[in-house]
Design a protein around this ligand. Structure first.
Ligand SMILES: [Zn+2]
Length: 201
């Protein structure tokens, strides 16, 4: 396929997806803000894209719908009726260079620690630096844990050995591409979880 054919086709697809109408269903602000999980042809999670882009990919045949949104809504375009996508899969495999380290984000850290305080098991809503930053601790997967506000305040700028606390397990960077998705999207659609592998739930 030449570059110009590609461009013509993608412009055409874009127009069709943007001109989605009929049946009175049109993407509103909620759909536009919504993210859709993209899986490689090998089922490996690649990342999340904007709703509108996902619809274009499905309409153009670049991706297939894997899981529709739970509300069962349909998007009517000129020629097609497409369920609102929650998870899509690329039609062709794309090679993505492996990036070993998942960037540290609040969403990723909360997912790694199961949104539970590592000290008391309560609901975590803060990030604690195990070795406090004021004492040279870094902002890294190895030195950050999910913590409740009470434990975080009680610990303050002290070291665990100074107050007799212990970590249940050494904090480590999570491995695997699905962690990138979990680090980018704070509130993933529950429909994504079966496709994100271990640690996602
Ligand atoms: Zn706690």
């Amino acid at each position: 396929m030449t570059e110009s054919t590609k461009n013509t086709r993608s412009t055409h697809c874009m127009r069709r997806a943007n001109g989605a109408r009929g049946g009175g269903v049109r993407p509103g602000p909620f759909e536009r803000a919504r993210r859709v999980l993209v899986l490689n042809a090998s089922w490996e999670p690649l990342g999340a894209v904007a709703f509108q882009r996902a619809v274009v990919m499905v309409v153009c045949g670049k991706a297939e719908l894997v899981a529709p949104t739970e509300d069962g809504r349909l998007l009517h375009s000129e020629r097609l009726v497409v369920p609102f996508p929650s998870v899509i899969q690329l039609a062709a495999y794309v090679h993505v260079p492996y990036q070993a380290r998942t960037p540290l984000t609040r969403a990723g850290l909360m997912a790694r620690d199961g949104r539970r305080c590592v000290y008391c098991g309560g609901r975590a809503d803060t990030i604690d630096h195990v070795v406090p930053r004021s004492r040279g601790g870094g902002h890294s997967w190895e030195n950050c844990v999910a913590s409740c506000g009470a434990c975080n305040r009680k610990k303050a700028d002290r070291l665990l050995e100074e107050i007799g606390w212990r970590l249940p397990r050494p904090p480590t960077p999570p491995q695997g591409r699905h962690w990138r998705v979990l680090s980018e999207v704070p509130d993933p659609d529950p429909q994504w979880l079966p496709y994100l592998g271990q640690g996602a739930a």
